[in-house]
Design a protein around this ligand. Structure first.
Ligand code: PGA
Length: 251
């Protein structure tokens, strides 16, 4: 299975910076065509900049794809400020990130919200990257598996298959902090997630499970070589084309 290397740009960058970053990633991929054989690469610009990426990627006919950082749990209609899964698919998005811990924390998204968004995303033909992960206090009290296990099972809609769903395990305390879980902790948690998936779905061996949380060029190789780590969801380092590409090369 190819590794999935996903760049979550969050709420960063101007129009010009987005063009620049996209261009530099495209150049890097063009200079190293072997990347395409080992990984699938996808970027997640902020909503307002997805069009920039769409235009540039289409013109370059690049293997790099793009997606959105969230979608509505509703279809088109009177939902001010929302963006529907239908619109994203229509705009050429392949993936949508759902239930990121920042959405859960700042927008009160629950497992139920994530599940309904994922169901809508699937019905429109989008692949959902469903994020789960424990808080630091939950790990300290030894509750990390209970938390991650219930987030996983409660966020997965009936429509989830290995083709339309990716799980991203992101320990909340490792996001944007420079702290990463140890390779042993990652191995242990990813094995646990795989087991839970196998209990829930008929074929789950090939469902991708990404690790996210301060993945950088210098720790990517070890993390991506960990069993059951099928790629990375990269925040900070994905805003630097060279760092993002270095992580892809590590895969
Ligand atoms: P980070 O973010 O790589 O900056 O820790 C990861 C994420 O939030 O997806």
């Amino acid at each position: 299975m190819k590794k999935l290397i996903a760049g979550n740009w969050k709420m960063n960058g101007s129009w010009a910076e987005t063009r620049n970053l996209t261009e530099n990633i495209l150049k890097g991929i063009e200079a190293d065509p072997s990347l395409e054989d080992t990984c699938d690469l996808v970027i997640f610009p902020p909503f307002i900049h997805i069009g920039v990426a769409k235009e540039m990627l289409t013109e370059a006919d690049s293997p790099l794809t793009y997606g959105a950082q969230d979608c509505s749990f509703n279809g088109n209609g009177a939902y001010t400020g929302d963006t529907s899964a239908y619109m994203l698919r229509d705009f050429g998005c392949e993936y949508v990130i759902l239930g990121h811990s920042e959405r859960r924390q700042y927008h009160g998204e629950t497992n139920e919200t994530v599940k309904s968004k994922a169901a809508v995303a699937h019905s429109e033909g989008l692949k959902a990257i469903i994020c789960i992960g424990e808080q630091e206090s939950e790990r300290e009290s030894g509750a990390e598996k209970d938390v991650v296990g219930s987030q996983l099972l409660e966020s997965l809609p009936e429509s989830a298959t290995i083709l339309n769903t990716v799980i991203a395990y992101e320990p909340v305390w490792a996001i944007g902090t420079g702290k990463t879980a140890t390779p042993d902790d990652v191995k242990d948690m990813h094995e646990f997630i795989r087991k839970k998936l196998v209990e829930r779905l008929e074929i789950a061996e090939n469902m991708r499970i990404l690790y996210g949380g301060s993945m950088k060029p210098d720790n990517a190789k070890k993390l991506l070589a960990t069993p059951n780590v099928d790629g990375g969801l990269i925040g900070g380092a994905s805003l630097d084309a060279e760092a993002f590409l270095a992580i892809a090369r590590a895969a």
